[in-house]
Design a binder for this molecule. Structure first.
Ligand code: GLN
Length: 188
């Protein structure tokens, strides 16, 4: 299985370690040629405005968007979710690959970061949700499956080949969301 992790900025190395710990050797994606033969991709947390600028420097952004549009499974964590979803405000354009509005920095600034226990659909025990300048998911369309809520607001959603988490599973030692991505989106 060939899983890519966008590795231009942000929290990519922890996703890489997480996949290694469950027996998958990921590809660090830095240019378009790295997209060849991928079965899925993670767009990590970081700075969504920086991702857009870096990906627009060559054709990486356009090629990645086309590959996901064509069906490649993609998981956006925090900043990655901002890129994949819909919404106004920076960065623009959003890729609108899932019918959810993603409001950047809606949970406050870095000092407002928090960890909370999340109940995730299908998990037998709660998951530690790490929120860092996290985006808010709102106005999810009817085809969007809500996998977890925090204060009655979606924090983990899925539609077809797209998974979004507003929190950071790679900052824990719990690989269940990584496994869910592989099992339910990549090898379904
Ligand atoms: N607030 C950041 C952004 O706008 C995302 C923060 C994160 O990924 N932890 O891109």
């Amino acid at each position: 299985m060939h899983i890519g992790v966008l590795a231009v900025q942000g929290s990519f190395s922890l996703h890489v370690s997480m996949f290694k710990s469950i027996g998958v050797e990921p590809v660090m994606v830095r240019r378009s040629t790295d997209l060849k033969r991928l079965d899925g991709i993670v767009i990590p947390g970081g700075e969504s405005t920086a991702f857009q600028i870096i990906m627009n420097c060559d054709d990486l952004g356009a090629n990645l968007l086309n590959a996901i549009r064509a069906g490649m499974p993609a998981w956006g964590t925090c900043a990655g979710a901002i890129i994949l979803g819909k919404g106004l405000g920076n960065p623009q354009p959003r890729w609108e690959l899932i019918d959810v509005e993603v409001v950047r920095n809606a949970y406050g600034r870095q000092v407002d970061s928090f960890v909370t226990s999340l109940n995730i659909n299908g998990f037998d025990k709660d998951f530690d949700g790490v929120f860092i300048r996290a985006p808010l998911f709102q106005n999810a369309g009817k085809d969007v499956k809500i996998l977890s809520l925090y204060n009655n607001t979606p924090v983990m959603v899925k539609q077809d080949n797209i998974l979004l988490t507003s929190f950071h599973p790679e900052l824990t030692s719990d690989f269940r969301v990584h496994k869910l991505f592989l099992d339910e989106l990549v090898s379904k």
